[in-house]
Design a protein around this ligand. Structure first.
Ligand code: NAD
Ligand code: TYD
Length: 372
């Protein structure tokens, strides 16, 4: 079946992997990447697929309701996979308004634009191939496990899992940062559009992702780059916080499955059953980068610098993704050791990408190239 799908935030970290997967896997689909190109959006992430006939990039702010609505109509869009967001907790602490604007109002603008286009058609779009075929519309909202709050660390000295508790789909929302509060609010709006108007929605909440093309303000790419440059590694607090890490391509595979086979109005948790205490993860990164750079073992450990803790720093995240496994057969494909090795190699082999992103050069280059 031919589908016309908007993927928002497709120039960002996870979005670029989702766009690549869909453009390659579904040559009959039309994939429309809607992205404002903030500091986190980078068209260089999609250079390998940018000339494909089934791909279109549109520079657009999701908060621009009129523009989004016109695009849905123009492209006869029958599916939206929504990833565009402000995504960094530290930025949300400094500037919460931008997070409320994009994550809450931007999501609402997309929902309303989709509803006004789809509701009159009974939530089914006419197919371009045959007037008899109707394509069920779908609004897929990509969210985070951070909406659930923080879990206890009841085995601080032990091996993972560090606690007995996990985030499940029915865990009550309890966000602590402006980022997670804004994502929680957007999740509620998405559910409300199902409950109030009958919009066919689905939501997933995923744990921390890692892999190629992640903006180097997040822990893993930031630290790989700093080790390469011999710069300090700022560890918040004592480095005891625990995160559940998933390789980004496994998240993209889960999004593909849920978009196509997930049940309407359901939530699916996505996680790697892969908990790491920050300080232990950082030591693995130091070891891997040193080995690949040919440095003596332990060479860069001296860069570890304990700094003031993040305000409201959530202690532990850990996802139970049993529902996704049982219903749709998904499981992570990569072991963490393999994933982190691939990731470190990618950043070391793509130093130009890193240098461009950190210099802001790419933004000017691509705006020039695309006459944006
Ligand atoms: P990212 O910051 O790398 O990318 C966000 C993208 O959204 C960028 O391309 C940016 O230009 C675009 N964008 C921002 N504001 C926009 C606006 N107003 N209009 C249009 N585009 C806009 O983010 P990411 O890490 O790839 O996260 C993608 C999604 O996945 C987010 O919704 C995030 O909450 C969620 N998520 C992320 C993680 C993670 O570990 N990174 C984990 C779980 C869920
Ligand atoms: P981050 O990558 O920002 O993701 P999130 O806050 O969404 O989990 O941070 C991952 C963990 O690493 C988190 O516990 C905060 C910590 N951290 C540091 O210790 N130092 C840093 O410089 C950064 C960016 C994060």
């Amino acid at each position: 079946m031919k589908r016309n799908i908007i993927i928002t935030g497709g120039a960002g970290f996870i979005g670029s992997h989702v766009v690549r997967l869909f453009v390659n896997k579904y040559p009959d689909y039309r994939i429309i990447n809607v992205d404002k190109l903030t500091y986190a959006g980078n068209l260089a992430n999609l250079r390998d697929i940018e000339d494909r006939p089934n791909y279109r990039f549109v520079k657009m702010d999701i908060c621009d309701f009129e523009a989004v609505s016109a695009l849905i109509k123009e492209e006869n869009v029958d599916g939206i996979i929504h990833l565009a967001a402000e995504s960094h907790v530290d930025r949300s602490i400094k500037d919460p308004f931008t997070f409320a604007r994009t994550n809450v109002l931007g999501t609402l603008s997309l929902l309303q634009a989709a509803r006004l286009n789809w509701e009159p058609m009974g939530w089914n779009c006419p197919s371009e191939e045959s007037s008899d075929v109707r394509i069920p519309c779908r609004f897929y909202h990509v969210s985070t496990d951070e909406v659930y709050g923080a879990l206890a660390l009841d085995k601080p000295e032990g091996n993972p899992p560090y606690g007995t508790d996990f985030f499940r789909e029915d865990t009550p929302y309890n966000p602590h940062s402006p980022y997670s509060a804004s994502k929680a609010s957007s999740d509620h709006f998405v559910r409300s559009f199902h409950d109030t108007y009958g919009m066919p929605v689905v939501i997933s909440n995923c744990s921390n992702n890692y892999g190629p093309y992640q903006f180097p303000e997040k822990l893993i790419p930031l630290f790989i780059n700093n080790i390469r440059k011999g710069k300090p590694l700022p560890v918040y607090g004592k480095g005891e916080n625990v995160r559940d890490w998933l390789y980004v391509e496994d998240h993209a595979r889960a999004i593909d499955l849920i978009f196509h086979e997930g049940r309407t109005a359901q939530t699916y948790n996505i996680g790697g059953f892969n908990e790491w205490k920050n300080i232990d993860l950082i030591k693995v990164m130091v070891k891997t980068v040193d080995r690949l750079l040919g440095n003596p073992e332990g060479h860069s450990l001296r860069l570890i610098t304990f700094v003031t803790d993040r305000a409201g720093h959530d202690l532990r995240y850990a996802i139970d993704s049993t529902k996704l496994h049982n219903e749709l057969g998904w499981e992570p494909s990569l072991q963490f050791e393999e994933g982190i090795e691939k990731t470190v190699r990618w950043y070391l082999d793509n130093q130009d990408w890193m240098d461009n992103v950190t210099s802001g050069e790419y933004q000017r280059y691509y705006e020039e190239m695309y006459k944006l």
